[in-house]
Design a protein around this ligand. Sequence first.
Ligand SMILES: Cc1cc2nc3c(=O)[nH]c(=O)nc-3n(C[C@H](O)[C@H](O)[C@H](O)COP(=O)(O)OP(=O)(O)OC[C@H]3O[C@@H](n4cnc5c(N)ncnc54)[C@H](O)[C@@H]3O)c2cc1C
Length: 503
Amino acid sequence: MTEYTISRRRVLAGLGLGAAAATAPAMASRDVPRWDETVDVLVAGSGAGGCSAALEARQAGGRVLLVESLPRFGGSSAMSGGVVFCGGGTPLQKAAGFEDSVEDMIQFIAANSGPYPQLEKIQRYCEDSLAHFDWLVGLGIPYNDRFTDVKELTLGDESLYFSGNERAWPARENSRPVPRGHVPGVPGMNGGRVLMEHLLERTREAGVELRARMSARRLVQESDGRVVGMQLERDGEIVHVRARRAVVLACGGFIHNREMLQRHAPALYDCSTPWGNAGDLGEGIAMGVAAGGETLNMDQGFAIAPLYPPENALRGILVNRAAQRFIPEDSYYGVVGDAIAYHQNGEAWLITDADSSFNFPQDNFVAVAEAATIGDLAARVGFPQGALQHTVAYHNRFAEAHRDPLFNKQPAYVAPLVKPPFKAWDLSVKRAFFTAHTFGGLHTDVDSRVISSFGEPIPGLYAAGRNVAGLPVAPYIASGLSVGDASYFGRRAGRAAMRGEES
Ligand SMILES: Cc1cc2nc3c(=O)[nH]c(=O)nc-3n(C[C@H](O)[C@H](O)[C@H](O)COP(=O)(O)OP(=O)(O)OC[C@H]3O[C@@H](n4cnc5c(N)ncnc54)[C@H](O)[C@@H]3O)c2cc1C
């Protein structure tokens, strides 16, 4: 296969049209024709995971090279809201009058992260959260003392908000609700850009060498499995870089690799809007697997049902194909998205009346039916006969008293659906603006060492961010866990890499 073909496949895959990533099986060190360059730590990927690893490795005294396949640095991290999930009593939480503790933070993540959460990672992340926030502040990222109670990533410049499912049921019963979404204090959806500008600047200043348009293609291994370098490609030229201490894979997720998505995360495949930068092709994961790494949670991801804002829409009810409610509508949109994508065959409808309808032209999803009675609405959508009428009657019976015995929605969002016109909004993953990205990746330990399928760390190989199965799992319970996990465990990778033995 020519180099041209490989590059073309990469471009197609970046557009979401292509096939497999351009990586190849690991290479034996004896097959390396010559080492073009030698560094201590070689990092692939310039997002929050990669830059944090590179910066720490450099500060620990290493010669560090960071490569990025795209022309621009920053990855999905720079596109993001820049929310980082921090807690345990940060200065921002205190200034806004909220009490938090490490134990409460652990409890929130652990109790809401599925049946077998990675407790050791959660514990380290929470125990070090105050120090990690100080580190972010130390990078120069601007935060302010302002809190907002708005139920969405603030478009103002407030730096603290409830970024997830903290106040929804059952989360509020198994852990004390505290706001932990820490956002750079800049207006609009610019937090990620600002966070990454500062992180990249500090990384450069520290002396990390950053090279764009240079793609990691294959890991190079000794016969005993130790990773000693990488084969890379720049403008069609192949080079080999030796890494004396370690290689860190931080190439992001795989939402733009359609084949990989279909194989591993079919529930995300149909989501209308793959969310992530064009480098999200799963290349780092593929390289790690080729070197013997195990993967976890490959089916999981962040599927977002864009139900709010405005919050008054949460007074509507969400129903499935059987016209039955299945979740408290005031859940975090990642939790709602998960329920629809993974548990309702990708289909759901929001039923509103005049009070719970949108007071602006809603273009995230469309009203597929409108009627003066619930019965007519049900017939127009094609729900089973009588089912929606039963659901609405049951809901209204308790909603008069702001109660929701079925799902304990917060009283402020509970209201009877009584004022026509009634509308049914199509929230199906294929037809709504239903964004998604992936969470599955390499299995790593708390020092970000890649673990093989035999349960042993692969010497010389580390990974961070969405190359890794980390704190974010499905359902995603709060914004900020992904950039938080990427930056925190990226830092641990950089430090551990420099502690590791030289090859
Ligand atoms: C619009 C949007 C908003 C979001 N908001 C938030 C938020 O507020 N908080 C939060 O926690 N999460 C948020 N997320 C998710 C979060 O941004 C990502 O999960 C996280 O930034 C991933 O970080 P990373 O370092 O793993 O990958 P990235 O930041 O994507 O960096 C990986 C880099 O590796 C490069 N790369 C890929 N393959 C190769 C290769 N072979 N060789 C060299 N380089 C390669 C990629 O081009 C990319 O630049 C958001 C995502 C989106 C899309």
